[in-house]
Design a binder for this molecule. Structure first.
Ligand SMILES: [Zn+2]
Length: 421
């Protein structure tokens, strides 16, 4: 789900499948991340397996892709532990979690404070929603409710940083970013939202920290301990953290609920090639920038927007290798589909080009409408279209949808930014 491929089947052990009469089937390992659980014509009743979490964290170098197991703490990414069973992907799921009796445990599918003790349960509408969720437990997880009204907002923090992390301060920044993004989109397609923040001692020199990950109703921020928020952050750090929260929250709208082909239905056993990462990343990051800008007075907002667009997008594009700048943007999106973070030159170049396209469209819409409309109106309309249609948009239709929403023709900008630079 993070524009990469993680063969989590490597960490599965003692897989057993049973029929209705309780007798075990002869489970067969196939090519790829796949097992045949039962012979044709037989019904599967139960599946058992173990996951070696320590081995997962050792082998997966990207911190945002691995579940964690610590003394007094466990953190599970749904897609790294839950089996995809072909044929059951659309069925509703009931989740029951058991941990040691005295342990608090929290599911992002049914968050609450205080967290359940020893067990918790939740439902998911389908396998995608289950796989996209997180389970966090243990006495060393700090859980806080930040906002009781719908959508309720929760913060779950675990820290291995030397200095204590100021939970109040992290909570204030989460709330500020969340409120800005909700105001930007003008809709809240979920009843609750959870921010999971980890500050971890690096597992090895090869392990990488810093990439965060969006989900339907949560976001996971798995950073190294030395990236922990200082208790008195300077303006630059405060602004970086606020932007990173807003950026991943904006993804709950784009692309988790408003997306191009390949995002949903999702292909689990081989990462899909996506033609619209420049939109998912560039446009939602621009949305985050504009959402934070909207907290300021109009003149200040324009300055803030230009400064962040310059730093985040223009500078990234200037630093991008020429061979990536020369790729047509859709081709670069295909390349980034499986190596966005693995080789972040691809990720950075694809979001920078999309972000600059978004910024230019926003400027043009504001100019042509005398400031009455902006890209925000185009994105709100596209989000509504996606909620109504429940399917992927075609990227070729974007300029026309934006024109319908704003009355402004942005086709020339669209084509210029898709072309090789
Ligand atoms: Zn992103």
């Amino acid at each position: 789900m993070g524009y990469g491929e993680q063969p989590y089947d490597r960490f599965v052990a003692r897989l057993r499948a049973f029929g209705r009469n309780g007798a075990p089937f002869d489970v067969k390992r196939e090519e790829g991340p796949r097992w045949t659980l039962c012979p044709p014509g037989h019904a599967l009743d139960r599946l058992e397996y173990e996951i070696d979490l320590a081995r997962m964290e050792d082998a997966v170098f990207s911190a945002s892709d691995a579940s964690k197991w610590r003394e007094g703490y466990v953190s599970l990414l749904g897609y790294s532990v839950f089996a995809f069973v072909e044929g059951l992907e659309s069925s509703p799921v009931r989740l029951e979690v058991k941990v040691p009796d005295e342990w608090p445990v929290f599911s992002t599918l049914a968050p609450g404070v205080p967290a359940g003790r020893g067990k918790t349960s939740a439902s998911a509408s389908d396998f995608y929603a289950l796989a996209d969720s997180q389970v966090i437990g243990g006495p060393r997880a700090q859980v806080r409710s930040l906002r009781a009204a719908t959508p309720a907002v929760f913060l779950v923090l675990y820290s291995e940083a030397e200095a204590a992390v100021d939970l109040d301060l992290v909570g204030r920044l989460v709330t500020e970013a969340f409120e800005a993004v909700v105001a930007y989109f003008g809709s809240t397609p979920f009843a609750h939202y959870t921010v999971q923040q980890e500050y971890l001692r690096p597992r090895s020199d090869a392990h990488r920290y810093g990439l965060s990950m969006e989900h339907l109703e949560s976001a996971t921020f798995y950073l190294a301990a030395d990236q922990a928020l200082a208790s008195h952050p300077d303006d630059a750090q405060r602004s970086r953290v606020l932007y990173n929260f807003a950026h991943h929250m904006a993804h709950a709208w784009i692309p988790k609920r408003c997306y191009g082909p390949g995002y949903f239905p999702f292909q689990w056993e081989l990462a899909p090639l996506l033609d619209s990462i420049w939109f998912s990343e560039g446009f939602s990051q621009f949305a985050a920038i504009d959402a934070l800008a909207a907290r300021l007075a109009p003149e200040e907002a324009a300055v803030y927007r230009d400064r962040l667009v310059g730093r985040r997008f223009r500078q990234s594009l200037e630093e991008a290798p020429a061979f990536l700048r020369r790729l047509p943007l859709v081709e670069l999106s295909y390349v980034a589909s499986t190596r966005y973070g693995e080789d972040f030159r691809t990720g950075r170049t694809v979001f920078a080009r999309g972000g600059l396209m978004a910024a230019e469209m926003d400027r043009e819409i504001r100019r042509a409408t005398g400031g009455r409309r902006s890209l925000r109106d185009a994105l709100r309309a596209l989000v509504s279209w996606s909620a109504r249609e429940k399917r992927a948009f075609e990227i070729a239709d974007l300029p026309e949808r934006f024109r319908e929403a704003t009355g402004v023709d942005v086709r020339a900008i669209y084509h210029r930014w898709l072309a090789p630079r």
